[in-house]
Structure formats: structure tokens, C-alpha cells
Design a protein around this ligand. Structure first.
Ligand SMILES: *Cc1c(COP(=O)(O)O)cnc(C)c1O
Length: 353
């Protein structure tokens, strides 16, 4: 498919790298493509970033048929631009599409479109430690119809936002609350799809933990409230004795690309990693026995978030004296180093632009 390019005639000024707040500023251009039943995906266009037209009856506004992705572009010390495992994102997008009854999209074409967009707005990739260009591909149902059924029309878009380092004052451990009231998802639900609805459903819990003075939620499974699933919108790892444990994907957990990369990296280093179900009771017992060496969360935004403590019922479990663990730091340094081209890409994760 041809990509039509309409360049802006009013380029914006790039904000200073140190004043970049997450998700506030957007680059000069965006990518857009439509789907119509019978026609397939068509009219692939790169155009100036700006408002779009949508009927008030557009199905996404009523029944939330929507999916999204999140990845980043980085600038290397020698000025090159690169992406981290972008095809993994487009494969996951298609898995989310399947769950939400949205038509599949050619993954290689999406990569080509993304590269062209990033190339055009490359001057928006900030320079400086920890900075990157956050990329948000998303799809939503545009059918102007308010009956409940699968939409026959969609829009796919990519917008991009320059972001400063996630950790302004350096990497810092966070305080996590084990959620005991709300559930994120259940088996058979939409937990393994990256869809906006999952986030809307999690806001009440997020608001609650903030009021309680915590940074994030640890979600337990929605049925028995015993199995550990995720931390906020990131995956979670525990170092128990000399073994890294992360919850296995059972249909309720989002299959993070950072999670996958951390597993591959640890195995590459010869470490023991197991994906299995782990209960909060088992974790508490291991904590009391002094076996938990480290805990951290993984996701594209922060890469690694060390978990300083976990509030569960009346107990407060503190890991590694509330300090950044040795492995959390080492994994962060390696992953981020590979992403920005400062470390060797031994596992072939980088896609140059
Ligand atoms: C996006 C996301 C993650 C992290 O996935 P990455 O690919 O590592 O960024 C984890 N959990 C949820 C619920 C997510 O939406």
C-alpha cells in the first residue's frame, strides 16, 4: 500500500528536553489509515498532527472497541535513530485485535509506516540521558451506529510524544499496595488484550492507592484474590533465593515485551527464571523466611521499577532495605543501554531506522 505524505507548513518548536512531561507534547505529524468492511485497510496517510472528525455515534465512544500499543524510538550517541523490538508490538496489536473483534493488519506494513513517520519527525527525538520518543499506535471503531455489534469501520493511527527520563532524580524504588477490593480482569476477560477498557476499569483502584499514599497497585487474580498478576500496568518479577519468578501468562496478564526481554536477558546471563503461578501467601512466607532478595516491575515507560515495599493487609514487606536491587539496576542499565545503542545488542532486539 502506498503511503501518502502531507507535510505540515507550520512546524512547532521542540520543547526543552528537561521540561518534557510524559504524553503532553506531540510531534508535527501523525499516521492515519481507515478500514471499511469489504475494502479492507485503505488511505494510509502521514499528515500534520491535529484534530480528527468523528461522528458522535462512533461506536468506540459507546462500547469501547479500541486497542493500543506503546513503544519508543531512541537516538544513539552517534546520532542514529532506532526502535526496540517494534514487530513484537505489532504482533501483540494483532492479538489484541483478535480479542476485540478488530480486523488484522499487516505487521510489516505497520513497521514500514512507523519508520517513515519516525524518519519524518526525527528531530523530535530528544537528546539526553533517559529521554526517548514515545510512540502510540491505536485503533478504534468509527462506525456511526449505537447498536451493540462489531463495528464495520475503524481508524488506525500513530501519534508520537517526546519524553524526558522517567526517573527525573534517578531510579527510585516505589511503594506498592496489594489491591483487595477491585479486580482488573478475570479468566476469559480482556486482561491479555491491550485495550483502553482495562485502563478505565483500573482507575478507581489507582485513585484509591494514591489516597492511601502508595505509588501503584499490585493486582491479584480477580477470582480467588490469591495469585499475583501485575503491578499497575507493568509486569512483576521477584528474586526468591537465586531464582527469578514472574507470574505465568494465564490469559489474564498482559504479555509485556519488557517482561519477555528481561526473561531472555536473565537466561542469556545463565540465571534461573521461572514463569509460574505464585500466591501472595507464598510471597509473604518467603518474605518472612528472608528469601526475597529483590522485587521489580517491568514496562516500556520506566523499563524497570524497583519495588521498595509492598503493603498487604496489616503487613508492610520491605525488599532489599527499600533500596534499588543489584539486578534491577543491572537489567535497567543493560536494557536501556541496548535501546540507546550504548550497549551491544547481543540478542538482536534493535531495528535501525
Ligand atoms: C503495556 C502493558 C504492560 C507492559 O508491556 P510492555 O510491552 O513491557 O510495555 C504490562 N501490563 C499492562 C496491563 C500493559 O498494558
Amino acid at each position: 500500500m502506498e503511503i501518502k505524505v502531507v507535510k505540515t507548513n507550520a512546524p512547532k518548536a521542540m520543547p526543552q528536553s528537561d521540561s518534557l512531561e510524559f504524553g503532553v507534547n506531540f510531534t508535527d505529524h501523525m499516521f492515519m489509515m481507515d478500514y471499511t468492511e469489504g475494502l479492507g485497510w485503505h488511505d494510509a496517510t502521514i499528515l500534520p498532527y491535529g484534530p480528527i472528525e468523528l461522528m458522535p455515534s462512533a461506536m468506540v465512544l459507546h462500547y469501547a472497541q479500541e486497542v493500543f500499543e506503546g513503544l519508543k524510538a531512541y537516538r544513539t550517541p552517534d546520532g542514529q535513530v532506532q526502535l526496540f523490538r517494534p514487530l513484537e508490538n505489532f504482533r501483540r496489536l494483532n492479538r489484541s485485535n483478535k480479542r476485540m473483534c478488530i480486523p488484522q493488519i499487516d505487521e510489516d506494513f505497520l513497521l514500514e509506516a512507523l519508520k517513515e513517520l519516525v524518519k519524518l519527525d526525527a528531530q523530535w527525538i530528544p537528546e539526553g540521558p533517559g529521554t526517548s520518543l514515545y510512540i502510540r499506535p491505536f485503533i478504534f471503531a468509527t462506525d456511526p451506529y449505537i447498536g451493540v455489534r462489531v463495528s464495520k469501520q475503524y481508524k488506525f493511527m500513530i501519534i508520537m510524544s517526546p519524553v524526558a527520563s522517567y526517573y527525573k532524580g534517578g531510579m527510585a524504588p516505589c511503594r506498592i499496595f496489594v489491591e483487595n477490593e477491585y479486580a482488573r480482569t478475570v479468566r476469559g476477560g480482556t486482561g491479555e488484550a491491550k485495550c483502553g477498557g482495562n485502563y478505565a476499569g483500573g482507575l478507581a483502584a489507582q485513585q484509591k492507592v494514591k489516597e492511601l499514599g502508595y505509588d501503584q497497585i499490585l493486582w491479584l487474580d480477580g477470582e480467588s484474590r490469591t495469585y499475583i498478576e501485575e503491578v499497575g500496568t507493568s509486569n512483576v518479577f521477584f528474586l526468591i533465593d537465586d531464582e527469578f519468578v514472574t507470574p505465568s501468562l494465564e490469559g489474564t496478564i498482559l504479555s509485556g515485551i519488557t517482561r519477555k526481554s528481561v526473561i531472555e536477558l536473565l537466561k542469556h546471563w545463565g540465571k534461573k527464571v521461572v514463569e509460574r503461578r505464585i500466591t501472595i501467601d507464598e510471597l509473604y512466607q518467603a518474605y518472612q523466611d528472608g528469601k526475597i532478595k529483590e522485587a521489580f516491575a517491568t514496562g516500556t515507560a520506566a523499563v524497570i521499577s524497583p519495588i521498595g515495599s509492598l503493603g498487604w493487609k496489616d503487613a508492610e514487606m520491605t525488599f532489599n532495605d527499600g533500596k534499588i536491587g543489584q539486578y534491577a539496576q543491572k537489567i535497567y542499565d543493560t536494557l536501556y543501554g541496548v535501546q540507546v545503542g550504548e550497549e551491544k545488542d547481543e540478542l538482536n532486539w534493535i531495528e535501525k531506522i
